[in-house]
Design a protein around this ligand. Structure first.
Ligand SMILES: Cc1cc2nc3c(=O)[nH]c(=O)nc-3n(C[C@H](O)[C@H](O)[C@H](O)COP(=O)(O)OP(=O)(O)OC[C@H]3O[C@@H](n4cnc5c(N)ncnc54)[C@H](O)[C@@H]3O)c2cc1C
Length: 304
């Protein structure tokens, strides 16, 4: 690990924000417009950055995640937020006195907002990069609409794929086949799919077929399942390594971080937004959480 500066000379801020996704950026805009000293750590990438078409964000007909982030960074900086392109390595402390280690330096802050999101486990299918975000999607809430009326294959390693398949059938397309990747469905779930008119295949997908347009999926046994779109879910892991000093309250699976409605975690003064915390993960939800948290922090700083 890089050497750190002596903390007595550390710069002090009212709030340090980890991650420039929609949650962190919205919080920065609110806090900056209250004239607080705000430092944001930004590491390029992140889930929003991978979204090619966001069409469910109020007031914007369609925007790529990259554009949304770039515009948000400019907006946050225009209200005085300082943005550092560095990975946060560790956060420690409590309300009024946090220490944040990033880029070999230590910074102090009264409040910390963890808005660093999650990363997806991308399946190792051949040609996936060619179709990712175009005809290979990972999120029904985000991209189900784009699949309307198309010949769809749903791939999941868990029973959740049954729910996704039914949701897709009921909302978007009548032509759905579910691939239980690496496991066999119990007769109970197989019957549910049969009753819904959803095709089912057990096995291991290997290759997406097609040059510019997706034409099908080749399985490890050589069989080909024709399709126009794939909805595949391989799971996510949280970008929360820098919080390991804290014994944070998590959900029943010990995964997502539990917070109060204002975003405060079980550690006083440490707020958590977006994909890191319990609930649905959507850009507009993260942004709303960012606004809520920023107002809470502002109220505490000025003690009103
Ligand atoms: C392909 C795809 C399509 C999507 N489409 C939609 C859609 O249409 N509509 C919608 O509402 N949502 C969509 N989403 C989901 C949406 O992007 C997420 O809900 C949203 O990203 C959650 O935002 P966030 O604020 O938690 O963080 P993120 O957007 O994940 O941003 C977190 C940032 O923190 C950075 N970071 C991580 N660790 C550190 C660290 N240690 N130090 C500094 N920085 C760090 C990351 O690099 C990233 O820049 C889509 C997601 C994907 C993957």
């Amino acid at each position: 690990m890089a050497q750190t500066d002596v903390t007595d000379s550390a710069e002090r801020f009212d709030c340090i924000i980890v991650g420039a996704g929609p949650g962190g950026l919205q919080a920065a805009i609110h806090l900056g417009r209250n004239n607080f000293r705000v430092l944001m750590f930004h590491r390029p990438g992140g889930r929003t950055h991978h979204a090619r078409h966001i069409e469910n964000y109020l007031g914007i007909r369609s925007v790529s995640g990259g554009e949304l982030i770039e515009t948000g960074l400019v907006q946050a900086q225009s209200f005085g937020t300082r943005v550092e392109n560095a990975k946060v390595e560790r956060v420690s402390g409590t309300e009024g006195n946090f220490e944040v280690l990033a880029g070999g330096k230590t910074y102090r802050s009264r409040y910390v907002i963890a808005a660093s999101g999650a990363k997806e486990t991308i399946a190792p299918f051949k040609n996936l990069a060619r179709f990712f975000g175009i005809s290979y999607f990972t999120c029904m809430i985000c991209d189900g609409y784009r699949i309307t009326g198309k010949k769809l294959v749903v791939i999941d390693r868990t029973i959740n794929g049954v729910r996704t398949s039914i949701g897709m059938k009921q909302m978007y397309t009548s032509d759905v086949t579910f691939i239980s990747h690496g496991f066999s469905l119990s007769p109970y779930y197989a019957q549910i799919l049969d009753d819904e008119g959803i095709g089912r295949v057990a096995g291991k997908p290997e290759e997406l077929l097609g040059e510019t347009v997706l034409e099908g999926l080749r399985m490890s046994d050589g069989s080909v399942i024709p399709c126009e779109v794939i909805l595949g879910w391989g799971g996510i892991s949280l970008n929360d390594e820098y919080l390991e000093m804290f014994d944070l309250e998590r959900d029943a699976e010990g995964f997502k971080i539990m917070t109060k409605p204002n975003g405060e975690s079980s550690v006083a003064g440490l707020f958590v937004l977006g994909a890191l915390r319990q609930g649905h993960s959507q850009a507009i939800i993260s942004a709303g959480q960012g606004a809520e948290t920023a107002i809470e922090i502002s109220t505490r700083i000025v003690e009103i």
